[in-house]
Design a protein around this ligand. Structure first.
Ligand code: ADP
Ligand code: 5GP
Length: 206
């Protein structure tokens, strides 16, 4: 059977990367969609691992060429999901995981809503988010301020998601995520359901 899609959104600093990293060996087979972005790499980030880091020109050429399943401008930079590897992973029956913003979630829903499970991940409060972003020490103060400003908008979109994970204790949040990954696999798309019915009925009797 073809794969399923699990979308994670939530403010930058919510703990999405940490949770996926902690759960990784318990949710196989999966494919984490590596987005493209025009933002600068943070210390320790490698091209082709966390993101494909592109210039604005290269990103816009990708938009023109129809390379992206969805893209959005977040915090003044482009972020987008490449179409080809997602299709390949789905055809291989993998769970495809997206870490995208709330705009990307809306776009993906319109395109493949029948097979999407989505979760909004957030720390327990804005104050805790700020503490984590400052502790992470990967962003300048003005970048953190912008992320906090955006987070106040993003939290309003919480109603659009199937599930919510409050990332208070990391181990509890990771457990919830593993459960969600297993649940998402139980959501075949429309085409797969139609095929299942056809196979289930088999050849007409007699
Ligand atoms: P995101 O991928 O959503 O931007 P990260 O995974 O980078 O967020 O997490 C942001 C920061 O918060 C990191 O420094 C991470 O170690 C820390 N963090 C994640 N989860 C927790 C938690 N439950 N309690 C305390 N700190 C956390
Ligand atoms: P960061 O710069 O912290 O890695 O990511 C900033 C925001 O961009 C996060 O909310 C993240 O979910 C979002 N993001 C990352 N990749 C994509 C993508 O491919 N598409 C969209 N729409 N948002 C993305």
């Amino acid at each position: 059977m073809s794969g399923a899609v699990l979308i994670l959104s939530g403010p930058s600093g919510a703990g999405k990367s940490t949770i996926i990293r902690q759960a990784a060996d318990r949710i196989e087979p999966y494919y984490f969609s590596i987005s493209s972005t025009t933002r600068d790499p943070r210390e320790g980030e490698r091209d082709g691992v966390e993101y494909h880091f592109l210039t604005r020109e290269a990103f816009e050429a990708g938009i023109e060429a129809g390379d992206f399943l969805e893209y959005a401008e977040v915090h003044g930079n482009y972020y987008g999901t490449s179409l080809a590897p997602v299709h390949k992973a789905l055809a291989e029956g993998k769970l495809v995981i997206f870490d995208i913003d709330v705009q990307g979630h809306r776009l993906a829903r319109n395109l493949m809503g029948d097979r999407i499970t989505s979760a909004f991940i957030t720390p327990p409060s804005l104050a805790e988010l700020e503490r984590r972003l400052r502790n992470r020490s990967t962003d300048a103060d003005d970048v953190i301020d912008q992320r906090l400003h955006n987070a106040k908008e993003e939290i309003q979109a919480i109603h659009e998601f199937d599930y919510v994970i409050i990332n208070d204790q990391i181990d509890t949040a990771t457990e919830a995520f593993v459960a969600l990954a297993n649940t998402a696999r139980l959501k075949p798309g429309r085409t797969e359901r139609a095929q299942l019915v056809k196979n289930w009925l088999g050849s007409p009797l007699g």
